[in-house]
Design a protein around this ligand. Structure first.
Ligand SMILES: NC(=O)c1ccc[n+]([C@@H]2O[C@H](COP(=O)([O-])OP(=O)(O)OC[C@H]3O[C@@H](n4cnc5c(N)ncnc54)[C@H](OP(=O)(O)O)[C@@H]3O)[C@@H](O)[C@H]2O)c1
Length: 277
């Protein structure tokens, strides 16, 4: 299969390259390839003639998006529109990676694929706009939502917690924000299994289960041999951010499971991340 991966140097992009290494791949990433430049990206993809484009490239700085909404919408909405138009012109299927943040987090049970999003911050609204553009411009689309993605070499919660523990000697971590850590190689493996099904539609592919940021941090520290570092549980109100994140945004994989595609529990995946080191 001929597969283009946007954002191939990012966390998920690298995991996808690894799992899809037997396929014919094209990587698209900054600085040399910019998805927001249609005069460059559309002909580039048309020349490659992909069967599938896996579109992971995005503005992922959630707090920074509040300061630069034009930049966030340019990457996440306009950039996605360009990728979808390239897919339209090459008859390629498209996989758009979206986020738990499209939900407002007021629910107290896990969000199914069929639950109604209500994005609030700039990042969430720009990713939702990308979903809507994908759905409206194409027929052969997959939208795959995940949460709290981490991978070796990435900027993520795991690396932030370990760096902060080493720098500060103790931590304060939010205990009332709940979602699910997702190990990029597990998400990539699920996407690799989804593509050949041609069962287009919306999927939730986090690792299984859920956790507060506080419990996640404690498990990271324990697995990294820093279980002695004191961690104080605090609330979202104690840790002001430009836009408060959804307090509860656990995604449940109901549609993928009906195809036999499931991800292991997040605790097992996190242990594998440290074992793979
Ligand atoms: N990280 C999470 O916790 C999380 C959770 C749920 C969903 N998601 C979604 O999952 C996807 C993958 O996330 P990730 O954590 O793998 O992201 P990542 O590590 O930040 O990688 C994104 C990649 O896209 C590139 N990129 C950004 N703007 C671009 C542009 N205009 N043209 C070409 N490439 C561009 C980035 O380059 P630079 O580094 O040079 O900017 C980076 O290499 C994203 O769509 C994200 O919205 C992420």
């Amino acid at each position: 299969m001929r597969i283009a991966i946007t954002g191939h140097r990012g966390q998920l992009g690298r995991a996808l390259q690894q799992i899809l290494q037997g396929e014919t791949l094209l990587g698209v990433d900054l600085p040399e390839s910019d998805i927001t430049d249609p005069s460059y990206i559309i002909p580039t993809l048309m020349e490659f003639r992909p069967d599938v484009v896996i579109h992971t490239a995005a503005w992922t700085d959630v707090d920074g998006a509040e300061k630069n909404p034009d930049g966030a919408f340019r990457s996440n909405a306009w950039g996605t529109q360009n990728i979808a138009l390239a897919c339209q012109r090459t008859s390629a299927a498209m996989v758009y990676i979206s986020t738990n943040e499209v939900f407002d987090g007021r629910q107290s049970v896990p969000y199914r694929e069929y639950d109604r999003p209500n994005p609030s911050g700039v990042y969430a609204r720009s990713k939702w706009a990308g979903e809507e553009l994908t759905r409206s411009l194409l027929q052969r689309w997959y939208i795959v939502r995940a949460s709290w993605i981490y991978h070796r070499g990435g900027n993520n919660f795991v690396t932030t917690i370990l760096a902060s523990a080493d720098r500060l000697g103790s931590l304060r971590v939010v205990a009332d924000e709940v979602a699910t850590p997702t190990y990029a190689p597990d998400l990539a493996a699920a996407i690799a299994r989804l593509i050949p099904t041609e069962h287009f539609g919306l999927y939730h592919f986090p690792n299984a289960g859920s956790s507060s940021r506080y419990d996640y941090a404690r498990r990271v520290l324990a697995l990294a041999g820093r279980g002695h570092v004191p961690v104080e549980p605090i609330t979202l109100a104690d840790w002001p951010r430009p836009v408060p994140p959804p307090p509860y945004s656990v995604l449940v994989n109901t549609c993928g499971a009906l195809l036999g595609i499931t991800l292991r529990p997040w605790e097992e995946a996190l242990a594998a991340y440290f074992a793979d080191a």
